[in-house]
Design a protein. Sequence first.
Length: 211
Amino acid sequence: MTTPPTPTEPCPTCHGYRWFDDRGFVIQDQPFLTCEPCADCNLGGYKKLWGGEPGDPGYAPPEMGMYGAETNVLVITVGLPRSGKTTWSKQFLTKYPVVNVDSIRLALHGQRYQQLAEPFVWATAKTMVRALFLAGHKTVILDETGITRARRAEWKSSEWVRAFVHIPTSEEECIARARALNEEFIVPIIMRMAANYEPVTPDEVDYEFRG
């Protein structure tokens, strides 16, 4: 049987440990099999526990993963335009499929942004993500800005769990990069998004991506 991943620090309430799954994600804190469910680290319906023997309450074979082998994970980038989200995503191209929203825009109308086309752009992105999971991929990266909680909430689904990767490049640096590329038109967009930025909160996160 596969050896379970190495735990990190225990939950201070029930002393359950945080675990890594085989894709490099940190699973939310889980109680030991001998502990009562913990309100501070309980994942409810998603919860599966390592350890014990077949027949023990909560037992799950280590090779199945904490969420089970059939879990789909959508990794969503969060960052301003020109922050480096696409550069970050490209390092995983040989491992996970990437849905890049800017590439959808270019394929549809050849521009970085066209307001009238945006509903179709996002419908296409969601269709691509769903199709990739249906094709059998278990991890998909969505390369988008994800600046607001409302935008991120649009990607909540019973078909996958979400992980977020924040690219913390400053507003000033993003503007400098845009101007270096003669993309003055995107500067006000960067400024508007920076003003509207809402950090990802723990209640939004199902997985913590570690690459």
